[in-house]
Design a protein around this ligand. Structure first.
Ligand code: SF4
Length: 70
């Protein structure tokens, strides 16, 4: 699921230390750098939320429906 990020969203993500990336998910296998359910992780792996080149804030966020906070 993908949706745009507003300044308020970015502010609350930092303020409340929200997590949604694979590295914080119960199903993330760090040794294999992969998802236990074999979902693609490209758009889900970014954290902190930066743009494609890492220099600017992200304009959107992708959320995985199977994310489980570890
Ligand atoms: S279930 Fe989703 S959030 Fe969790 S590791 Fe797999 S792709 Fe990432």
């Amino acid at each position: 699921m993908r949706f745009p990020l507003r300044d308020q969203d970015r502010s609350e993500i930092l303020r409340f230390q929200l997590r949604s990336a694979c590295q914080d998910c119960f199903f993330y296998n760090a040794a294999r750098h992969s998802c236990a359910h074999e979902w693609p992780m490209e758009e889900q792996a970014r954290w902190p939320l930066t743009g494609e080149d890492g220099s600017e804030p992200a304009g959107e966020i992708s959320l995985c429906k199977e994310f489980e906070l570890r």
